[in-house]
Ligand binder design. Structure first.
Ligand SMILES: Cc1cc2nc3c(=O)[nH]c(=O)nc-3n(C[C@H](O)[C@H](O)[C@H](O)COP(=O)(O)OP(=O)(O)OC[C@H]3O[C@@H](n4cnc5c(N)ncnc54)[C@H](O)[C@@H]3O)c2cc1C
Length: 488
């Protein structure tokens, strides 16, 4: 019999979060094993299989929430992670050509909004200031393990926002359908309904993020999103993590109620006094924890996702540069296709019924406009996030990928006539599982609440343990710090 393999810590899941957690632990001289079920690392940031000369991630076109502390601690800049643009503008596309451009410059933005509504243009600077102020006041809560909630005016505003849906909150500020529909997209991250109270808070969370020192900025790394995975794999390897792919964790091994290791699909057992799981809470506790652990009495920890909604990433290879029907738009932008707030509600209702909506709200970027190295000369990549969608179990329904792709291309055709003829390949990716349920109490709770579990030595480190799921690494950083203290 081979000797049991022992580590100081085991990390389940080799996406961005798992890699960050593993790197933190190994940097502190812990002997770390990371187990990844698939045969490649990166999770949703792993490369899409697009063929020679093209580079895009399977599930995430932009960065807006990568933790500045992680960037600094793990020395990403020294490993070569650079950003292409200062900030991507947000462009709400309209079929009549009156696009709305929301940029970092408040006055330019107000001028763009004024075409649609002079009163909204007047309200914009106040909205922007209030949003960014509350967001900054929330940072300790969202950025630290046990950060405090804000006091005073910010607390009063927060109290209102936490009870208000994104739709209602934006209605209270603005009248322009285009403006509201454009802003609404960010409130639906993680498959949240724009009618849910937590969705207004999602907008605040988004504004609390910071990229390269810029509050609320959206960026693309040089070399594309897969560059982040490459940097992380390099960092984790250099600090001595043992990274194993093609190994699925199937069971947590417990010893007197405390985590003691992990069993894998092939029957191997690995032992460690701490385990960090990048899989969602319900999956970690109900699928990986042994049945007897249920008697510990943490019913609420087993909450399954109630959302039947998800999102998809659609990546296209284009033979030539796409053209916006002669209309000038800033190329370093993320483009939103949703002309009215009702578009989200209609798509949600259809998706809840299990069907693919005719019109799906979506965001797309063309990273090759900013980094031509991501495609062969003259060719381009266009990456779309489409949501809300019903759970997409591609293996169970033939033609589903084709249907989603057809709906997305039809929507793009309205703004970029002839684009369908330029597409040489199209890939549709979706997690195939329900979105993490975001709830107000969980968003307002401290990070420790989302990271700790009722099982001693077991911590959650994935995007499901963030206030809003995104490529952040914040939960991973905090989980690693808890793990290094050895317990709860
Ligand atoms: C369509 C879509 C678009 C998105 N776009 C963006 C975006 O543009 N920007 C952004 O910031 N965020 C975006 N997000 C959110 C973001 O991609 C995720 O929140 C983030 O990538 C999650 O990283 P993670 O490492 O926590 O999880 P994942 O990337 O999901 O990685 C988890 C890993 O764990 C592995 N695993 C699971 N179970 C086991 C097991 N039992 N044993 C071993 N390994 C296991 C999986 O194979 C996977 O590799 C998007 C999400 C989706 C679905």
């Amino acid at each position: 019999m081979s000797a049991p393999r022992s580590y100081d810590a085991i990390v389940i899941g080799g996406g961005v979060s798992g890699l960050i957690a593993a790197a933190y632990l190994a940097k502190s001289h812990k002997k770390v094993l990371l187990l990844e079920a698939e045969d490649r690392l990166g999770g949703l940031c792993a490369p899409a299989n697009l063929g020679d000369g093209f580079s895009a991630a399977r599930g995430a076109p932009t960065l807006y929430a990568l933790d500045p502390v992680v960037i600094r601690d793990l020395k990403f800049a020294r490993s070569g992670l650079r950003f292409l643009t200062r900030d991507l503008a947000m462009v709400g596309l309209r079929s009549d050509g009156k696009h709305i451009v929301l940029s970092r410059d408040v006055h330019d933005t107000a001028a763009s909004i004024a075409v649609h509504s002079p009163s909204d243009a007047q309200a914009w600077p106040r909205f922007h200031k209030e949003l960014f102020e509350i967001a900054r006041a929330m940072r300790p809560r969202w950025w630290e393990a046990r950060g405090a909630l804000p006091m005073g005016d910010a607390c009063r505003s927060l109290d209102t926002i936490a009870r208000t849906s994104a739709t209602a909150w934006l209605d209270s500020w603005f009248e322009s359908e285009t403006l509201k529909a454009t802003l609404c997209f960010d409130a639906t991250a993680g498959s949240v309904s724009s009618l849910e109270p937590a969705s207004a808070l999602s907008l605040v969370w988004r504004a609390a993020q910071e990229m390269s020192g810029l509050q609320g900025a959206v960026m693309i790394p040089q070399g594309g999103m897969t560059a982040l995975t490459e940097v992380l794999v390099k960092t984790a390897t250099e600090v001595g993590c043992e990274l194993r792919t093609g190994v699925r964790a199937t069971r947590l091994i417990l010893d007197q109620g405390r985590v003691a290791g992990v069993q894998t699909e092939s029957g191997s057992a690995y032992f460690a006094p701490v385990v960090l799981s990048a899989t969602p809470r319900y999956q970690t506790l109900s699928e990986l924890a042994p049945r007897e652990a249920l008697s510990i009495g943490y019913g609420d920890a087993l909450e399954r996702p109630i959302s039947p909604l998800t999102e998809a990433c659609i990546v296209m290879k284009l033979r030539s540069a796409p053209a916006f029907g002669g209309i000038a738009v800033p190329l370093a932008s993320r483009f939103i296709l949703a002309e009215k707030p009702e578009a989200y509600i209609a798509a949600e209702m259809t998706s809840r019924g299990g069907a693919i909506p005719d019109e799906i709200p979506m965001e797309f970027v063309i990273p090759t406009w900013m980094d031509s190295s991501l495609a062969p000369p003259g060719q381009h990549i266009l990456s779309v996030i489409a949501r809300p969608l019903p759970l997409l179990r591609f293996e169970e329904r033939a033609g589903l990928k084709t249907l989603v792709a057809a709906r997305v291309v039809a929507a793009l055709e309205k703004f970029m006539p002839g684009i369908s003829r330029e597409i040489s390949d199209i890939e549709v990716f979706s997690p195939g599982v329900a979105g993490y349920p975001i709830r107000v109490p969980s968003m307002l709770a401290d990070a420790a609440h989302r990271i700790e579990t009722p099982i001693e030595g077991l911590f959650l480190c994935g995007a499901g343990a963030e206030a809003v799921p995104a490529i952040s690494g914040r939960a991973a950083r905090i989980a690693a710090s808890f793990a290094m203290k050895g317990g709860r």
